[in-house]
Design a protein around this ligand. Sequence first.
Ligand code: HEC
Ligand code: HEC
Length: 487
Amino acid sequence: MDRTVSCLVSLALVLLTTAALAAPPPAVTPALLAQGKALYEKQCAVCHGTEGKGNGPAADFLFPKPRDFTSGVFKLRSTPLGEPPTDADLFRTLTRGLPGSAMPGFAFLSETERWALVAYVKQLASIKVPPEEVVAIPPETPATLASIERGRKIYFEAGCDQCHGPEGRGDGPQAKELEDDWGTPIFPANLPLARFKGGGTPQDLYRTLATGVDGTPMPAVEGLPPEQIWDLVHYVRYLTGGKIVKQPDGTAMLEAKRLQGPLPAQPLDPRWETVPATTIPLMDLWQFPDKPLEAVTVRAAHDGASLVLLLTWKDYSAAPDALRHQDFADGAAVQWSLTPEPPHFTMGEPGHPVNIWFWRYDFQRDLAEHQDLEHVYPGMAVDWYPYQRAKAGVVGPTGRAGSHVYHRLGGRQPDVPGLSPQCGAGPQRYALWLPHGAAAVPAGCLRNGHLGRRRVAGGLSPQPAHRGQKRHAAHPWHHGASGVCHL
Ligand code: HEC
Ligand code: HEC
């Protein structure tokens, strides 16, 4: 079943891309640019920002970050490394999206609309002249076992394993040290997952290997004749089992089946077996390379009056609670448009409200037994601060609760009995939690949990939060400010 679905999907993708590129692009007129601008503001600005600087309101919550078009750096090109993409490259990117990131596909927009967006993105990126050189993709060589074996050898000789690991799972010795051009950590692709930003057909992979992924440590292969690049492509395809994961692009259709009798009330009800399943690949808002979330399978059934949904996904670990600021509990949400024309998928827009059904693992577990702070953090004492003298009989926070408190106080492991509550024992480091965008509060030293203002020699130097830093979606706080208090 799975295999049939993925074959159909890849077939559809190939047809879509060839058909899409066959029609000549419309001429770039002021009217087309105006159409592109309006579409951009509706569909793209929430992530990429109105001026294309990659700083839309959603950008803080995403990793990898939306592209800053004004930087002029594009990952996916048929042009040499460092060159801007062609119009066809941008059209392909836009149609297909970038699997493994929050960038969806926009195949639901008409071709003219997508070309209008290409023209507008080029304007934001100041791409004025067409690229001089396009890397040619020579005819594919046969994907024989011998070619795959040669590809495997080249994979190690060329050092691909240093980043991608011996089995291509993105866990090579250099994997954890990589950064992109924007100073954000970046992980080598987990090749067997088949989430290729530049597309997963043999021709797509050839293009990606021959031109590299600009702005990232992923190099373009150099000094290899085309047959050997094809050998590498065949080896990468072998690692994926020939699978290609398609990014959601707004064209998937979910069919709800009418059932006779009462609707299933349990996930294991055998009648679910009779309901057709639709698999939707998941876009990562945050990449956790060791816990890739791949897809969710959705089944829908109704009896003419009520609708039930069954969502199934493979989870590598249960995330049971969200009591700490930086945690997210496992959950799933279904969004319904309340207007016939669906709004933007990021929770609607003015005039187009949405309804959201939200399931959370911790809420459901609470129905059986309510889990409060003291259940999750045994030994937690309210109002306990590491720089206070240990009071007889007061147990400090342990385990995760302990690391939470130390983290907030700047990572210092407090030696509780030795620390003075008078803030006098030399430099002390602390970090403050500031509302997003707020100015730093006046410098001071920590006394009994308050900022004292006496005898302050050191200043508070607010540092911008790291670009890749995780922030909580529900509360726009960050802990970017830190300071040293000298007395
Ligand atoms: C939900 C957020 C989101 C929305 C909406 C979105 N993008 Fe993106 N976009 C991203 C992210 C994230 C990346 C970077 C992914 C990466 O680097 O792996 C990206 C990358 C891109 C790139 C760069 C590709 C490259 O070669 O480097 C282009 C072009 C682009 N988006 C265009 C658009 C356009 C046009 C729209 C609207 C039609 C749009 N995006 C809507 C999140 C979004
Ligand atoms: C220095 C580290 C490094 C080396 C060496 C390296 N890669 Fe990568 N590779 C990366 C990173 C990082 C990415 C992810 C880029 C991204 O997500 O934007 C990547 C992505 C990829 C992708 C996915 C592209 C896509 O469309 O999403 C493929 C395929 C790939 N690499 C194959 C190779 C092969 C084959 C080699 C050897 C010739 C190689 N890589 C060498 C770091 C490396």
